[in-house]
Every structure is written in structure tokens, then in C-alpha cells.
Unconditional design. Structure first.
Length: 368
């Protein structure tokens, strides 16, 4: 692919910074539009932002800022979004405005000034529960948790636990939180409008992204960053339910590569892809592994035995389609990634706000 000017909305964030580096190395010009919100950035330009990338400070919903950001742009990666399942369940207007109105504002401009490609960051949260199989080996897409007092895991009609398996893109969405709903709207708006206006649209459903550079003082960010913040302050990671829920953790550099490939591959247009490692770990397991990597193995995770509204039990990625069609395969080894994260955290100051966030949820009856 010839070199392009690529706009990354939300580009000063955790993923955006790594993607900017990736695209600069590929020879592209990179422009970033970011509002530098207080919860994530403290209102400041991140020190790790590549100097070669042009940063415009502004909100994607601001037509003046958006018009300036899109001038001369060939492709767009749309990352701008509020992130966090728990917070989305009470900061409803904020999430819907930033995520869905922000995406609408972007496309309102693009329908008059189309670009070659738009790649949007969707989320594994759109699946709700991941894919399961029953005792006969049949796939089960709709798997509500019937009675968590009896079993944390989804069961069949006879109370027999279902077995979680890797979730493919064909699994139908089952929205369980406001955050998931807004990400699905972002994804579907992108796919609908790019098809209508002759733009190549791609949606990447990101699983749990981790790595150096994540906002440690944001209690609604990725679970590994939240655990790292707790451990850095000598406190136990707070684990909901029994800790055995399974997730797929993918390194931020692998995610950046997936976005770059989605921009480049002609056949990706019109498609949706999972972006994960293809491997899964329990939440309590990763809490213990991170504690060991941070030399805090003596700090055992705190198992709450309570569930948050909007949470799901198991979901991990089937990445075969992304590997086949994008040429994407996660390269980072999880233990090495944890060591890299731990080393970075040791040089940071992290404000632990997890207790504050938990009180917010409990006050609204969102933890039971």
C-alpha cells in the first residue's frame, strides 16, 4: 500500500499511541485527534506520544475540530470512546454521547468528504457471554446465567454447566451493558455507512488489551492495569465473583499491528474481526501472575464473591478468521508481556481509585 495520511481519533490514548508508532514506521503520516480527558490523561499531552505524529486537541463531536483533523486525510482509525463496563451502567448519557454521537459526527463529515478506509474499534463486550457447548457438544449462543446463587456459570435447562469455547465472529451479539451497546452501535454505524458511501469499513472486536502505557489511575480501564495499580500501592487486586471467569488478554503492540493490517488488506473491507491472543486465563490466575511479576507474590487477590451488573462469565477469542484474512496472529508471550508491564509500572505513580469506583457501583445497586 502506498503511504497515506491517517487520522487516529482518540489517538493520544493507550492503543492510539502504539498504533501511531506502528504507522510511522510504515512510512505513513499520522494525525491524532484527542480531547485529553481528565480521567485518562489528566488533561495533559502524554509523554509517550510520538513527536512525529501531529496532535490536535479537540473532541470528535466538535465540527470545527473534526473538519480540521480530517483535512487531507486518506484513512481513519476511530478509537475515540469512553471505556468501562461498570461506569457505563450509570454514566449513561456520557457514554452514549461520546461513543455513538461521536461516531455519528465523524460520519456526518465523511459522507461529504469520503476517505479510502475507516477502521473502528469495537469490543468483545458485544458478544455478552461467549460461545458455549452443551453436554452433547452442540453450540449454545444464548446462555444466560440462571441463578448465580447456585452456579456462577451458565447452565442448560437441567442445571448442567455449559462448557465455554473460543468465540467466533458469527456468534450473535447479546448486549449486557451500556458500554457494549455503544460499541455495537459504533460498529454497526461504521459498517452501514461505509457500505453506503463506497468507503472500505472494517470493525475490530478487541478483547482485553494490556501493556505499558495504560492509564493506571483510571479505575474503569483494563483489568490488568487496575490490578497493577492496586499491587503498586500494596493492596490486593479486587476480583469479582469467584475469579474463575475466563478472558483473552492481547498485548497492545499486537493490537496496533491488527489495526495496521486492517488498513492495508484490500479484502478486509466490509468485514468484522476478533483481535485477541487466542489463549485464555482465569481472572484470579492473571492477578496471581501479575503479583509475581511485580514481586508482590505475597499479596493474594481479594475474591469478592459478588457480581457486577453488566459483567459476563466467560469470553475468549477465536482468531482464526483474522489470521486467515488479515494475516494477523498475536506474537507477544503473556508472561513476557506481564514482565514488561511490571517493569513499566515500577517507574510510575499510580493512584488507586478502585475502592472509590466500587462504592459508586454499590451505591447504585450495581454490585450484588
Amino acid at each position: 500500500m502506498t503511504t497515506e495520511c491517517v487520522l487516529i481519533t482518540g489517538g493520544a490514548g493507550f492503543i492510539g499511541r502504539r498504533l501511531a508508532l506502528n504507522l510511522l514506521r510504515r512510512g505513513h503520516r499520522v494525525r491524532l485527534l484527542d480531547s485529553l480527558i481528565e480521567q485518562v490523561h489528566g488533561g495533559r499531552r502524554p509523554a509517550a506520544l510520538p513527536r512525529e505524529a501531529e496532535l490536535l486537541v479537540g473532541d470528535v463531536r466538535d465540527p470545527v475540530a473534526l473538519q480540521k483533523a480530517l483535512a487531507g486525510v486518506d484513512s481513519v482509525v476511530h478509537l475515540a470512546a469512553e471505556v468501562g463496563v461498570g461506569q457505563s451502567m450509570y454514566a449513561i448519557e456520557r457514554y452514549v454521547s461520546a461513543n455513538d454521537l461521536g461516531t455519528a459526527a465523524l460520519f456526518q463529515h465523511l459522507v461529504e468528504n469520503p476517505v479510502r478506509r475507516v477502521v473502528v474499534a469495537s469490543s468483545m463486550s458485544v458478544y455478552g457471554e461467549g460461545l458455549y457447548v452443551d453436554s452433547a457438544g452442540a453450540a449454545v449462543e444464548e446462555s444466560p446465567r440462571r441463578d448465580i446463587a447456585y452456579s456462577w456459570d451458565p447452565t442448560d435447562d437441567y442445571g448442567v454447566p455449559l462448557t465455554p469455547v473460543a468465540t467466533p465472529e458469527w456468534k450473535r451479539p447479546n448486549i449486557a451493558s451500556v458500554y457494549a451497546l455503544t460499541k455495537f452501535v459504533q460498529e454497526q454505524m461504521t459498517m452501514t455507512l461505509t457500505a453506503a458511501y463506497g468507503i472500505g469499513g472494517v470493525a475490530l472486536r478487541l478483547f482485553n488489551v494490556y501493556g505499558p502505557g495504560q492509564a493506571l489511575s483510571n479505575p474503569y480501564t483494563g483489568v490488568l492495569a487496575i490490578f497493577a495499580s492496586r499491587l503498586a500501592n500494596g493492596k490486593p487486586p479486587l476480583v469479582f465473583e469467584d475469579g474463575r471467569q475466563r478472558r483473552d488478554f492481547v498485548h497492545v503492540d499486537d493490537v496496533a499491528e491488527a489495526f495496521a493490517l486492517a488498513l492495508e488488506r484490500p479484502k478486509a473491507a466490509g468485514q468484522v474481526y476478533n483481535v485477541g491472543s487466542g489463549r485464555d486465563h482465569s481472572v484470579v490466575q492473571i492477578a496471581e501472575m501479575l503479583a509475581a511479576a511485580m514481586n508482590r507474590a505475597e499479596i493474594a487477590p481479594e475474591i469478592s464473591g459478588k457480581a457486577r451488573a453488566g459483567d459476563i462469565r466467560h469470553c475468549f477469542a477465536d482468531t482464526s478468521r483474522a489470521e486467515r484474512e488479515l494475516g494477523f496472529r498475536a506474537k507477544a508471550e503473556f508472561l513476557e508481556g506481564l514482565g514488561e508491564l511490571a517493569e513499566w509500572v515500577s517507574r510510575q505513580k499510580a493512584r488507586d481509585r478502585v475502592t472509590e469506583a466500587r462504592r459508586e457501583l454499590e451505591a447504585r445497586g450495581l454490585v450484588a
